[in-house]
Design a protein around this ligand. Structure first.
Ligand code: HEC
Length: 193
């Protein structure tokens, strides 16, 4: 198959052989052409196949439906949150989020002993230390209400998704009453076990 014939041009003294393309190469090329026709017809012309973005959207919808069903069957309440706070893997996921310097640790410190936000390891709570209170604080945030002595500054985290809120709630519940020395309780905080 190799010939000594050249293409007849010379660049800087370099010549090019005029060899046939090898068959194995040609067959992969023809194969790719055939495959692309099949692919185009299957996915685009008659549209039987799901393109990756469609498959992804369908999966997301199914996951949202599963979550909605799960929530309808097991509503989020104090008991459910307490149970989650005893699941080590779930709490560990919450801890990773909490200690992320751009997330909770930014204002509460990585050890949750308080900085801009209050110490979350004591038994003093501004908005209540019951599981649903903590869940609501994290999900909805707490806006300033100076007339009633609330400084606010805790943002809502709902946009991060339910899993994020549940995991961080579980983590805060797991460190509650561990009493890490840090920021003194806010004047409007109340004692709560
Ligand atoms: C930008 C700063 C900031 C970030 C980030 C932040 N917090 Fe807060 N957090 C605050 C402030 C300030 C308060 C107190 C609000 C007040 O006094 O009205 C607060 C209050 C709280 C409370 C209620 C404490 C109580 O005594 O009732 C909880 C629980 C809490 N944060 C958890 C979290 C978690 C979990 C995260 C991460 C997902 C987080 N915070 C991220 C600033 C922040």
């Amino acid at each position: 198959m190799t010939t000594e014939a050249t293409r007849g041009h010379t660049f800087d003294g370099i010549q090019e052989f005029d060899n046939r393309l090898p068959n194995w190469w040609l067959w992969t090329f023809y194969g790719a052409c055939l495959f692309s026709i099949g692919y185009w017809v299957f996915y685009h012309t008659i549209g039987v196949g799901e393109l990756p973005s469609e498959a992804y959207a369908i999966e997301q919808e199914a996951a949202a439906a599963r979550l909605a069903k799960q929530l309808a069957e097991n509503p989020i309440d104090d008991a459910a949150l307490l149970k989650l706070s005893k699941e080590p893997a779930f709490v560990a996921a919450g801890e990773r989020i909490f200690k992320n310097p751009a997330k909770c640790a930014l204002c509460h410190k990585p050890d949750a002993s308080g900085n801009i936000g209050p110490n979350l390891t004591d038994d003093m709570w501004i908005y209540g230390g019951k599981p649903m209170d903590i869940y609501t604080t994290i999900a909805k945030g707490r806006a300033a209400d100076p007339a009633n002595g609330y400084m606010g500054g805790m943002q809502s985290w709902e946009h991060e998704g339910l899993q994020f809120v549940l995991q961080t709630t579980a983590y805060v519940l797991s460190i509650k009453n561990t009493n890490v020395p840090g920021k003194a309780p806010e004047p409007n905080a109340k004692k709560e076990q």
